[in-house]
Ligand binder design. Structure first.
Ligand SMILES: C=Cc1ccc(O)cc1
Length: 178
């Protein structure tokens, strides 16, 4: 996609795949002005996926966007998107328990909110693991807002490649059967 991002509206409804410099691969969707969905393909919590996470989303200046949220796990995330430069800067603040038991969080979180809340009470929060990284965007798609087909199944090996190859979504950005 060769669109130039100028306004907040240009960003909302956009679907991204990017790889952090530490090798972690994330897929993320600006679902609307207060909601994000994402899927994690590589890194400490690869396999995790989340829909309808409430987030704060603003445009800092033309074409530069800041997104921040806090999760039921106690993980906090702050992302700066520079889509015109194909760059993201992300900082993830993991509670100690997620670093020690990442497997608890590797699931479709929406069906396991009570498990996340129980784990954050049971296990240690501190010291937190802070992961500040730049990422390179490898895919940008114009999915439109509130599209539940964007993040609609568990991550599998090759999913980012299927999306980048244009095999995963049809012309209306609905998921093809596979
Ligand atoms: C923990 C979630 C998360 C989602 C996207 C991203 O780039 C970093 C963290």
């Amino acid at each position: 996609m060769t669109k130039t991002f100028k306004t907040l509206d240009d960003f909302l409804g956009t679907h991204f795949i990017y790889t952090y410099d530490n090798g972690w691969e994330y897929e993320w969707y600006a679902k609307n002005d207060h909601t994000v969905d994402y899927r994690i393909h590589g890194g400490m919590v690869a396999g995790r996926w989340v829909k309808d996470q409430e987030a704060n989303i603003v445009m800092l200046t033309e074409g530069i966007y800041k997104v921040a949220w806090t999760e039921p796990t106690g993980t906090d995330v702050a992302l700066d998107f520079l889509p015109n430069e194909n760059k993201v800067n992300g900082t993830i603040f993991f509670p100690k328990w997620v670093q020690e038991h990442p497997e608890i969080t590797v699931t479709f979180q929406n069906e396991h909110i009570a498990t996340m809340e129980a784990a954050r009470e049971k296990y240690a929060t501190y010291p937190k693991l802070v992961v500040p990284e730049f990422a390179t965007i490898t895919y940008i798609g114009d999915a439109g807002q509130d599209n539940d087909d964007v993040i609609s199944e568990a991550p599998y090996a090759g999913l980012p490649d299927d999306i980048r190859a244009g095999k995963y979504f049809d012309d209306n950005y609905h998921r093809r059967n596979h």
